[in-house]
Design a protein around this ligand. Sequence first.
Ligand code: G1P
Length: 291
Amino acid sequence: MPQHIRTAVIPAAGLGTRFLPFTKAVPKELAPVIDRPAIHYVVKEAMDAGIQHIAIVTSPGKEALGEYFKPSPEIDRLMRGRGMEGVADELRQMGEALTFSYPVQAQQLGLGHAVLCAREAVGEEPFAVILPDDLLVGDEPVLAQMLRAWWANPGNYVAVEEVLRERISAYGVVDLAPGGQVDPRTYRLRGMVEKPPAEEAPSNLGVVGRYLLMPQVFDALARTRPGAIGEIQLTDGIARSMEQCPLYAYRYAARRYDCGTPLGLLAASLALALRREDTAAEVRGWLRGYT
Ligand code: G1P
């Protein structure tokens, strides 16, 4: 029986260069999607999937991330006095259900290196990784969907979706094992490659920022040398540990918004505002005005 997955690692040490000059003063993960920072949504997704500990990998100068998740009785009171019970309850629930730790990645050596920086915070047990740029909106949290598959067939899991050929070289790309379909959404893999040229991509399924990983991945990452774009890649570390653990891709049911660029963030805000009862009618009204 596998151990329960208790910790989600959220790499958030990047400099946020795509969001300059905003990121001169504020970490990009705190940029608002409507009224909550982008990272709030992925932390909630983790909580809704039963995760108990969030390890946010940061870098010097990004202390505001820790401030956001610190309980604040004054703000709680203020919100409740202004009719904002819903969000106050959500924050309170996060404070009760989750503990937070903040491992530091002092040098920007790549995503694989960022995850390795969380080793002590995770311990030698299975864990999740959530990339906060990938906001996934659907009926069931994607991490919860993946955990169901993981309990049925433990191993390393990467979330995937179909990606257009002209965009595929920006992704980790999975190589499906022939006859390796386990259920309608789960596929056994025989490999995985980071940012391949489109003509060498082994499939059209790109890795999206949700992973369930076995602790063996840490040893593999410690041995992984810089790969694509000169960085220590998480994809390479996971592919390396395939000898010890089976590797699966999970094709999730949700819509993805890329909060890693200013326009993607705008699209995420619009999409969520159109789904939210308190904002949908007003936003529809504006959109009619623009067309
Ligand atoms: C990272 C991963 C890549 C994955 C992508 C998804 O790349 O290295 O495998 O496909 O996230 O968002 P990045 O976007 O940081 O270059």
